[in-house]
Design a protein around this ligand. Structure first.
Ligand SMILES: [Zn+2]
Length: 347
């Protein structure tokens, strides 16, 4: 059995080394100028020693804080701990209650601010790491009063979110404008999405490879087939069976077989525009599948490409779970960093 050990920043009671440089000038030599006891909020320490130094070059004095300590009341360790408690499922008030049990008094507002800060840092850091395979999906998340549409981009190699955008999933232009700079900056070469035609256009326009999540495809194709089975004349059942088999095995040459099937499905008396029959629906289904086949099978050509968008859905699931304990984000920036933080795994 493996035990997950929480990695928290170290906090020192006093600094073990002298300052390396003056915060005001390039000065590198200092005179010790006394020390003060600083009370801190922390998991283990109650006080730390802060030394003051005087720069021999510019003559100014400054405080030299020990590792994990800053001007703030709470240490880096406590900040990290509180944010982790929130990410594991507690509300901001819940975190305060837990901390009060070890005699640490922290306000919900402080925990919220620390979470925001950590989320921002995470966002900045993630923005510059190269990502080859990007999962993209839309979601509705509770934010300032009502449910808001967001788009989430996930590094499917690392399973971590890289961006959250305030974009409606059905708006082609908005999706493209959001995705384009992101794909460029991160060096993305493949996107994995669900089966909306919009994503196919975006992938083509941005010159990206595209994999359609097979869970989504199977779901809607399965629904279509069940429906057709009830309404189609029995003589066409063999086509349904063949489609079923193709979906299960996803052979790379599936598009040709589908095209061949499509040709065999003859509509008696020809097709009348506007007239929808089970047979025309079957033909449309075959055509749609043949056209999109390449996007279903990109994962064959590259072991880095997953065949579902599961990684993205997991990140969105974490975001939604955390959104429930936030009473509503006050603005978009707050919501964005909150979601980023909530979507990131702890390890
Ligand atoms: Zn100086």
């Amino acid at each position: 059995m493996s035990i997950l050990v929480l990695k928290l920043p170290d906090v020192k009671r006093k600094s073990e080394e002298r300052p390396k440089e003056c915060p005001y000038c390039d000065g590198e030599t200092f005179q010790c100028w006394g020390r003060v006891k600083k009370p801190v909020k922390d998991l283990h320490l109650r006080t730390t020693w802060v030394y003051r130094y005087r720069c021999c070059r510019c003559g100014r004095t400054f405080r030299h804080y020990p590792a994990g300590v800053s001007r703030a009341d709470q240490t880096e360790r406590l900040r990290a701990y509180a944010v982790i408690c929130w990410r594991l499922g507690l509300s901001f008030r819940g975190v305060c209650t837990i901390l009060s049990g070890i005699q640490v008094g922290l306000s919900a507002m402080t925990v919220w601010r620390d979470a925001q800060e950590q989320g921002e840092r995470l966002g900045r850091w993630n923005q510059w790491k190269p990502v080859r395979v990007l999962g993209v999906d839309g979601a509705w998340v509770l934010g300032w009063g009502e449910k808001r549409p967001v788009m989430v981009a996930v590094d499917l190699g690392a399973g971590q979110p890289v961006a959250v955008g305030y974009v409606e999933e059905h708006d082609l232009r908005a999706v493209r404008e959001w995705l384009s700079p992101l794909a460029q900056r991160l060096g993305v070469s493949v996107i994995v999405t669900d089966d909306l035609a919009l994503y196919r256009s975006v992938a083509q326009q941005l010159n990206l490879e595209h994999q359609v999540c097979q869970f989504h495809v199977r779901r809607w194709v399965g629904r279509c087939l069940r429906e057709l089975q009830q309404r189609l004349p029995q003589e066409w059942y063999w086509v349904l069976e063949e489609v079923q088999e193709l979906m299960e095995n996803l052979p790379p040459e599936g598009d040709r077989r589908r095209h061949a099937l499509w040709k065999q499905v003859i509509i008696p008396g020809g097709r009348h525009p506007g007239l929808v029959t089970p047979l025309t629906q079957l033909r449309d289904l075959l055509l749609r599948l043949a056209e999109a086949w390449e996007d279903y099978c990109a994962f064959y050509t590259d072991p880095d490409i997953p065949w579902t968008n599961n990684g993205t859905e997991q990140v969105i699931g974490r975001m939604k779970m955390r959104a429930r304990t936030v009473r509503g984000y006050k603005n978009w920036a707050g919501m964005q960093t909150g979601l980023m933080l909530a979507g990131t795994t702890l390890d």
